[in-house]
Design a protein around this ligand. Structure first.
Ligand SMILES: [Zn+2]
Length: 405
């Protein structure tokens, strides 16, 4: 539909430019008069033009910069509050960073400055690799600062009858080794093929022993299903993730060889949640519903075994601070803090959105969002829940002592 509208618009442009320029053509004309393109109600301006009056589009007189280069500086003068350090200690439930002998001291210094008390590495692996990571953590003076989730056997490759039981046994061994939870990567359910060549759906009954084992061992399953919904659509001029799709080939889910849609993935994931009510699930990245808080609320209402975490969706909370505030008030026991990419310079944006009522401040990545952010002004009781209390409840394997009361 959108594409059809653009095509009509382009036809109008050609006809309109000819009519508007007349015999004189576009002179020096500092005010750009005479270059207008008429459009009908419901039509959009043709490519290369912008709306200047009702029903009239016009092309700029200067060459138009690309969206990569255009970085307008806001002239808004308004009080702002940098928040370099979170108000309460934080558990980052969605990290992929763990300490090594080379990075430990620097990591601890950065985490202390940000008030991150525990970094939970979701890339724990399994078996010997996982064991080795946990054993290293235990040899350090900071064993209570780092935890790991297991990832399951062989990346769910070549699933066939019997896989579920084997993988569940591996998970049990990994939890015995010290894993605090189980992480399902996005490829599982979207890209990974079964031995028979079909897509492994996340609600495939073969995987049931895994969810049952997680419930019995009292560990959460953090599950990344899907991607931002715009990744599943062509990068046309209406796609708000155009730049990201142009930058990163591996995010172009509209080219997914399995031809799976966002809606399909969400339905399969929700079926998994419904069929395993005793298993606690953490829907990573807000279940990719941060741009539709009504849907996020329904997910939580319908599935009491599910909580959300906020990794890499700050741009959606920060563009609807009042709605996000009300959501966090209502579901204050159901949201965990997570960041995904470990970048010390980026965490303070999260603290600022959660803790302040600052207005219209910059975000750190244009490819996520071309807009600015606003603070949600969450009260202390909710900040504590989001920063650490909810994670401690959902993940008993996290260090449970030494938190503020
Ligand atoms: Zn991640």
């Amino acid at each position: 539909m959108r594409r059809a509208a653009v095509m009509v618009g382009i036809a109008t442009l050609i006809a309109g430019v000819v009519a508007a320029q007349g015999p004189a053509g576009p002179g020096r004309g500092g005010r750009g008069r005479g270059r207008g393109v008429q459009i009908q109600p419901g039509e959009e301006c043709p490519a290369g033009t912008t709306l200047v009056r009702v029903g009239v589009c016009q092309a700029p007189e200067w060459p138009v910069p690309s969206i990569v280069d255009y970085r307008p500086a806001s002239t808004l003068v308004v009080a702002g509050h940098a928040v370099p350090k979170a108000k309460f200690p934080v558990i980052d439930i969605h990290s992929h960073t763990g300490p090594t002998p080379q990075t430990l001291d620097q990591l601890i210094g950065e985490m202390d400055a940000l008030n991150i008390r525990t970094l939970n590495n979701l890339s724990g692996g399994y078996g010997a690799e996982l064991k080795q990571k946990i054993e290293y953590i235990r040899t350090t003076k900071h064993a209570d600062r780092f935890t790991l989730f297991a990832n399951g056997l062989d990346g769910f490759r070549d699933v066939e009858p019997g896989y579920g039981r084997k993988a569940a046994a591996q998970l049990e061994a990994d939890v015995k080794s010290g894993a605090s939870g189980f992480k399902i990567f996005k490829q599982t359910g979207m890209d990974t093929l079964k031995k028979d060549g079909t897509r492994l759906k996340i609600n495939d009954p073969e995987l049931t022993p895994l969810w049952e084992t997680a419930a019995r061992l009292n560990i959460p399953v953090i599950i990344h299903t899907g991607e931002p919904q715009e990744f599943f659509h062509e990068p046309d001029m209406h796609n708000e993730r155009w730049l990201e799709l142009a930058l990163f080939g591996d995010r172009r889910q509209y080219l997914n060889p399995n031809k799976v849609t966002f809606e399909q993935l969400v339905a399969e994931r929700n079926d998994l949640f419904a069929k395993n009510p005793k298993t606690r699930f953490i829907a990573a990245h807000f279940g990719w519903h941060a741009n539709n808080l009504g849907l996020a609320g329904r997910l939580l209402d319908e599935h009491p075994n599910v909580v959300l975490e906020v990794a890499a969706i700050l741009y959606d909370l920060g563009r609807q601070p009042r709605g996000a505030h009300d959501f966090f008030m209502k579901y204050q026991d159901r949201v965990l803090f997570g960041k995904d990419t470990y970048a010390p310079a980026e965490f303070p944006y999260y603290w600022r959105v959660f803790e302040t009522t600052d207005e219209y401040f910059d975000y750190y990545r244009d490819y996520h969002a071309f807009w600015n952010l606003y603070g949600m002004g969450l009260p202390d009781a909710v900040l504590r829940k989001v920063y650490y209390q909810n994670a401690l409840r959902v993940t008993p394997g996290l260090p449970q002592t030494g938190w503020p009361r």
